[in-house]
Ligand binder design. Structure first.
Ligand SMILES: Nc1ncnc2c1ncn2[C@@H]1O[C@H](COP(=O)(O)OP(=O)(O)OP(=O)(O)O)[C@@H](O)[C@H]1O
Ligand SMILES: [Mg+2]
Length: 244
């Protein structure tokens, strides 16, 4: 059975959608087949062309049921469900479906207050610092805030996802031909972390050094699933990687 990861949280703008796409892109770069599932009625589906993962539109309850059934029947695939924010009932449903649950939060008191509530509500969920400062002084202050306010949950905190302006490229309807190397590296590191949590064997990603062109091609040797929208009615029969 395929694994489901969901990215939820009762606060808007924490980075759920960005993280969902970064994770799927990273999974594709690591050779894992993934589907990014949209549940947010405020967003439009993105063009799957050129991505290393499929996209599925599950903005209605009925479509979500179908998409989840479809993913669960696909051996070796991973479904990453992007929650919508401020939708507690949907979050509870997604939580019940998922093997790994991520709660992104930013370096703000409001986000931290909300993520604490979500950590209490969802005892299997992991908090993941998102849009994290890269400036050393800001980083130090953010770490101090985490120690002080999230100390009790230290064993449920994942390494941060840094602020990376290129991450917005993945949220464009059509992604560019070349994606910046630092984005690929961040996507791979996140995907590796999640595969480890799911106990899916995978070789540790090597950091890519930026080449002269300044990016990695979206077309490459790693998995590039069929460039088509994920259609729960259609069959996708592709063997997955070895699982342990
Ligand atoms: N790692 C990052 N680096 C830089 N910008 C980021 C990062 N993650 C998210 N952002 C930006 O922050 C904003 C909110 O991100 P995103 O849409 O992913 O959040 P969300 O939790 O899905 O929001 P919503 O609750 O509205 O669905 C976007 O403008 C996005 O580009
Ligand atoms: Mg979103």
């Amino acid at each position: 059975m395929a694994e489901i990861v969901c990215i939820i949280g009762n606060k808007g703008g924490t980075g759920k959608t960005t993280l969902s796409h970064m994770l799927c892109q990273g999974l594709g770069l690591l050779g894992q087949r993934a589907v990014c599932v949209l549940t947010d009625t405020h967003r439009e589906p993105l063009d799957p062309e050129g991505r290393r993962y499929l996209v599925a539109d599950a903005r209605t309850r009925e479509a979500l049921g179908k998409v989840v059934d479809k993913i669960q029947a696909l051996k070796g695939w991973l479904g990453v469900i992007d929650g919508g924010g401020n939708r507690s009932e949907m979050d509870r449903k997604l939580y019940s479906l998922a093997s790994v649950v991520l709660l992104p939060f930013r370096d703000s008191h409001e986000d931290i207050r909300t993520v604490i509530q979500d950590l209490e509500t969802f005892p299997r969920a992991w908090a993941i610092p998102s849009q994290w400062p890269t400036n050393p002084w800001q980083q130090e202050a953010a770490e101090k805030t985490i120690r002080e306010q999230l100390g009790k949950y230290a064993d449920r905190l994942l390494p941060p996802i840094n602020t990376l302006s290129a991450s917005k490229l993945l949220l464009q309807t059509n992604i560019p031909d070349k994606l910046p190397t630092p984005l690929g590296n961040a996507c791979r590191a996140l995907a590796y972390q999640v595969l480890d949590m799911l106990e899916i064997a995978c070789e540790a990603p090597a950091e890519e050094i930026e080449d002269e062109v300044g990016g990695e091609s979206r077309h490459g040797t790693a998995v590039s699933p069929a460039a088509e929208a994920f259609d729960p009615a259609a069959g996708i029969d592709v063997p997955g990687p070895v699982r342990h």
